[in-house]
Design a protein around this ligand. Structure first.
Ligand SMILES: Cc1cc2nc3c(=O)[nH]c(=O)nc-3n(C[C@H](O)[C@H](O)[C@H](O)COP(=O)(O)OP(=O)(O)OC[C@H]3O[C@@H](n4cnc5c(N)ncnc54)[C@H](O)[C@@H]3O)c2cc1C
Length: 267
């Protein structure tokens, strides 16, 4: 088996941080949608913080809008503020910072623009937040013979880290459901890798990805099943077609990464 996925648990840690910088990765749309890289800075080194896996994620506890002045905690100092899960883009434990790429989505039909998007987009620099370290890491060892990476905007940071791990010449297919320019978000593929950019339907997020995965399930796998790595993450509805593809290609669910990264609230 040329590649392995090994799960490593990490001890729970919380960190006080501040919003230290924000960079627009794409121009913000009139409806407020965008993609923003934020830097969260601690006043001390992030002792023990690590992120060996491409999909490693942490939780960010966000202060209350509109002041974004403090993160609610209980008597024991544990955060009671709402939080969101985000993928680690880059970090420097010694220097005490972590970078995250946050999709800022337009408000849905109910007017809900979300929690972390508006904070990332508008909170004053210096605004406090709290981090909970990754609970663990799924580390890909060795090298797959071929890969399929499927994701929406929320999965771009993980998908990009996976792409960076594969050696040049590994054939692959990247299915990306996004309205943004993939190059602006750092998604670049080398020779032998096909990038298919799929237009999102806001009323049916991840439906375009699901259709592509369903079509793939009707085709033979590009290599013997244990040698193909599949990552499929997006809106919750992507899970069923992702699992169906794994079943069709004879890939164990533990030997792949398939997750709902978010759930559409309005139906
Ligand atoms: C393991 C993991 C890793 C993740 N990594 C990232 C990451 O690196 N970057 C990132 O941006 N997100 C990532 N997510 C998704 C993230 O947890 C949040 O769902 C996302 O940031 C939206 O949060 P919000 O507070 O802005 O919106 P929410 O309060 O969660 O949602 C508000 C409304 O916006 C809609 N909405 C939510 N997300 C989207 C979306 N992606 N597209 C369109 N509409 C949406 C919902 O339908 C909802 O009605 C990840 C999730 C998981 C589980």
């Amino acid at each position: 088996m040329p590649f392995t996925l090994t799960r490593h648990p990490f001890p729970p840690r919380r960190r006080q941080v501040r919003l230290a910088a924000r960079t627009d990765l794409v121009p913000r749309a009139a409806d407020g949608a965008g993609f923003i890289r934020i830097r969260l800075q601690s006043g001390v080194p992030l002792d023990g913080f690590t992120s060996p896996g491409a999909g490693d994620h942490l939780r960010v506890f966000v202060p209350e809008a509109p002041e974004w002045a403090s993160v609610a905690v209980d008597d024991a100092g544990h955060p009671t503020a709402p939080s969101r899960t985000e993928t680690i883009v880059a970090f420097d434990a010694e220097a005490g910072w972590v970078d995250l790429d946050i999709l800022v989505h337009a408000a849905d039909e109910t007017g809900d623009a979300g929690l972390i998007g508006p904070w990332a987009a508008r909170a004053p620099l210096g605004s406090p937040a709290m981090l909970a370290d990754p609970k663990g890491s799924v580390v890909l060892g060795g090298a797959p013979v071929a890969f399929v990476l499927a994701g929406d905007d929320s999965a771009i940071p993980a998908l990009r880290r996976y792409l960076g791990m594969f050696g040049a010449g590994t054939p692959g297919l990247v299915l990306l459901e996004t309205a943004f320019d993939p190059a602006a978000l750092g998604v670049a593929v080398g020779p032998g890798v096909e990038l298919r950019v799929l237009a999102p339907d806001p009323a049916r997020p991840s439906a375009a990805l699901a259709a592509e995965l369903a079509a793939l399930a009707g085709e033979p796998p590009p290599a013997a099943s244990p040698d193909v790595f599949i990552f499929a993450c997006g809106e919750q509805s992507l899970l069923a077609p992702a699992r169906a593809l794994l079943a069709a290609w004879g890939i164990d669910v533990e030997h792949a990464v398939a997750k709902g990264y978010w759930k559409r609230r309005a139906d």
